[in-house]
Design a protein around this ligand. Sequence first.
Ligand SMILES: Cc1cc2nc3c(=O)[nH]c(=O)nc-3n(C[C@H](O)[C@H](O)[C@H](O)COP(=O)(O)OP(=O)(O)OC[C@H]3O[C@@H](n4cnc5c(N)ncnc54)[C@H](O)[C@@H]3O)c2cc1C
Ligand code: SF4
Length: 577
Amino acid sequence: MDIDSLPPNINSRGVDSHSFDAIVIGSGISGGWAAKELCEAGLKTLVLERGRDVKHLKDYPTATLAPWEFPHRGEMPRKFVEENPLITKAAGFGEDTAHFFIRDKDHPYVQEKPFDWIRGYQVGGKSLIWGRACPRWSKYEFIAPARDGYGIEWPIGYDDIAPWYSYVERFAGICGNRDGLEAMPDGEYLPPFEFNCVEKDLQKKLSAKYKDRFMIQGRWAQLTEPADIHLKQGRARCQARDLCMRGCPFGAYFSSNSSTLPWAAKTGNLTVRPHAVVHSVIYDENKKKAVGVRIIDALTHESTEYFARIIFMNASALNTNLILLNSTSNRFPNGLGNDNGLLGKFICHQNYRGSVHGRIEGFLDTYYYGRKPAESMMANFRNLKKQEMDFAGGYMAFMGCNRRRGAAGTDGPQLGEDYKQAMSEAGEWTCYMYMQGETIPKETNRVYLSKDKKDAWGIPLLVADVAYDHNDELLLKDFLEQSSEMLTNAGVKDLQQVDNHWAPGRDIHEMGGCRMGKDPRTSLLNGWNQLHHCKNVFVTDGACMTSTANQSPSILYMAFTARAASFAVKELKKQEI
Ligand SMILES: Cc1cc2nc3c(=O)[nH]c(=O)nc-3n(C[C@H](O)[C@H](O)[C@H](O)COP(=O)(O)OP(=O)(O)OC[C@H]3O[C@@H](n4cnc5c(N)ncnc54)[C@H](O)[C@@H]3O)c2cc1C
Ligand code: SF4
């Protein structure tokens, strides 16, 4: 389609006021980075966001409320839970954070198999409510899929992305220790949150017993000691209140709202258009490139088009798949760039099913101060340098030791003076560990568009057809055995193993469907996150992932986005795209 020949309902008279150098779809973690990089490079950039606007500080209504100031003390009323069985399952969802999550009935999708699609639709996306864990991948995760035969070759390696990890870590502000581990390389870290005394003891015991297993202070997107660049963003030191998902009044954790978007706005090059539900990317058959984006206004349901020279897809993995699948033309009848029919396939997630917890005896004369908004991590120790197990892939774990509330006397009725008295004293120490496992990319794990069901804006519903497999079961079994053995050897008592049987999706680490690769026959994107067959469209959210690895993914999306934006700007200058 040529812009000049667009049909009359299209806003062709308004092309000038609707024209930008770059369009970014989505304002969450990756979209915020795209906006920052493109605006800093001097490009007039439009960010299209389906949700409402959320301004840093002003729109955090619960940030400073005390527990007794919530009508239901933080819980959701039963009616609400019954009406929202999906979103109320999300980690951290509660009366204090509910305003940053969707409502089930507003955003339906089809579950071919059980799949919990957790979403936060607003300016800032899920960057407001993420957990903030930011470990790096090691060089091995980039080579393992091809090496061990469970996926295609990544088009880039650790050395390509390492400088970009550093770049985003410095700006976002990631805390952590420099541990010198191969399985979880060090980054540009602010000082870590400290272990408490029981965690210190646990770490000592584990490292005495296991030479290949490392419990470390986690790497988190929290300003433990703000550097100049963070102060320039108007952000301040973390106060260890552990109320982050409400939005932070100190800007102490990284979000698009506290960091990248205001930074982009300062350049004067940013326009954010909230309530803009992107329907599709417009492809020009004569120019052989994408020329813009069609949106439906979330409130008025009016259709409008915006035009730009490059487009960044950052709607979060599954929504990016949906938009690309819905972007059909004569050239691309099955979705933009989808010549090989693989768009929407090889959807992946991470395996959060296993956890163990138990009691630690002693240490009753010790306590800790503050509420640490972070956990310790154990780096992956499975299949790192070669496949040694009867399953593919690895897992990392989150772990910690805390003191319970409630000394003697809490076994009786949970009310009355004795109970109140007991709850005002510290109880025994407990210890926990839960897994974050790799899942294997499979063609059968896929999303596609419903042929007959549409949402309120006339856009086809997404169908999710994603399931766990035998490899996931083996990996889970190994985690449960190994974590129980490690904690038992470290003296933890009364260990309990849990398989929570969560459906895929609840891990909230949606990935794949538009994967990177060297060969256009088996992938959608090249090593610069460009669609092989439509070079001015870049996909830099989780949809681009060729495999999942075991580490939390968002810091990698940030690094991919900054790297791709830098490349895109150079290509634009050379007039190559
Ligand atoms: C409770 C929780 C804990 C998490 N913990 C961690 C963690 O510890 N570490 C980690 O790495 N990750 C974590 N995640 C995952 C992390 O939030 C995501 O990986 C990350 O936000 C993905 O970034 P994104 O830019 O792709 O998507 P998002 O941040 O979700 O942003 C996408 C944006 O696109 C918008 N959008 C969607 N569709 C359209 C459309 N059609 N038109 C216009 N706009 C659209 C959305 O409204 C949204 O604002 C967690 C998530 C949650 C919810
Ligand atoms: S713990 Fe730190 S980052 Fe989280 S809300 Fe408190 S001050 Fe902000």
